[in-house]
Design a protein around this ligand. Structure first.
Ligand SMILES: [Zn+2]
Length: 301
């Protein structure tokens, strides 16, 4: 007799919200809720831990018999040797045994992966990456992340950092990055990066959204900043194509809504790739905001 397919709980820990889904054995969503991510307080880590465990327990309470896998996506990486969080832009998580602490509080094992990896896995299994063997997922939002899937499985690499192209340092005297380097891809291709480029050139702040809108309306200052952004996108994504030659590149995060990335940006990326006529599709995600939390559910143990 085959074992019934288990229920799956996925939790996506983001900078502004923590989201949970509960899927039944047929992958139907039977619960989906979110709570704000604690952002202040004397013990921020304890507050994030409490909020995450609280959502997991709430979902577990809906599962008949209480048997479910649990997977969690985090804005960081679990060091495979020490089991502690590294590379988190949510710095209160850094060096914490977040996975072990949650497993202990829930008294059951939990899987934990980088949120960009969860995004890439979800898009590989059920989104824009379906049918492609090697999928490179890009998150462009407040930061820049990336993930790599082969045959619907997350490829982690030796240190768990495979796909972290956002911290390739490409401008020697560029803006300082939270990772300690200067001029990382993240300082160019994030929303804050585009805004900072405008501030530097014109001495006053303007949000990325307003820059894009201004460029479309013909504002000369905005057009220069936006064109440089698309050029940086082309150069950096062209490098990914040359390095890995993925079958598809999928964009997610707030900036993935910029339509010009899929024509001008994609054309430039293919021009920068080391091939006379690369065919790499550079496409928008299909699962939208849901990719991270469903990817988390599908990594569950
Ligand atoms: Zn960096």
């Amino acid at each position: 007799m085959t074992k019934p397919t288990p229920y799956r709980i996925g939790i996506d820990l983001g900078g502004t919200k923590i989201e949970v889904v509960l899927l039944d054995g047929d992958h139907h969503t039977i619960l989906r809720e979110r709570t704000p991510t604690p952002r202040q307080g004397a013990n921020l880590y304890a507050a994030i831990l409490d909020a995450t465990v609280g959502l997991a327990k709430h979902a577990l309470a809906q599962v008949p018999g209480g048997e479910s896998t649990i997977g969690i996506g985090i804005p960081g990486i679990i060091d495979p040797v020490r089991g502690r969080v590294i590379n988190a832009n949510a710095t209160s998580l850094i060096d914490k045994a977040f996975r072990a602490d949650i497993a202990q509080r829930l008294d059951r094992p939990v899987a934990m992966e980088n949120d960009a990896d969860c995004f890439t896995l979800a898009e590989s299994l059920a989104g824009a990456g379906k049918g492609y063997a090697m999928v490179f997922g890009i998150i462009m939002g407040t930061g820049v992340g990336g993930g790599l899937c082969f045959n619907n499985q997350i490829f982690r690499g030796r240190h768990g950092i495979a796909g972290e192209w956002g911290h390739i340092a490409v401008v020697p005297d560029g803006r300082p990055c939270f990772c300690g380097n200067r001029g990382c891809v993240e300082t160019l291709l994030s929303g804050t990066g585009m805004a900072a480029a405008y501030q530097r050139a014109h001495g006053r702040p303007l949000a990325a959204e307003a820059i894009v809108a201004g460029a479309r309306q013909g504002d000369a200052d905005c057009r220069i900043i936006f064109d440089n952004f698309l050029e940086d996108f082309g150069r950096c994504v062209g490098g990914i194509i040359s390095l890995l030659d993925p079958h598809v590149i999928i964009l997610g995060g707030g900036l993935s809504n910029i339509d010009e990335l899929y024509d001008t940006g994609a054309e430039r990326a293919r021009r920068y790739a080391f091939h006379p006529d690369p065919q790499t599709p550079i496409v928008k995600n299909q699962l939208g905001d849901s990719a991270g939390v469903y990817g988390a559910a599908w990594i569950g143990i």
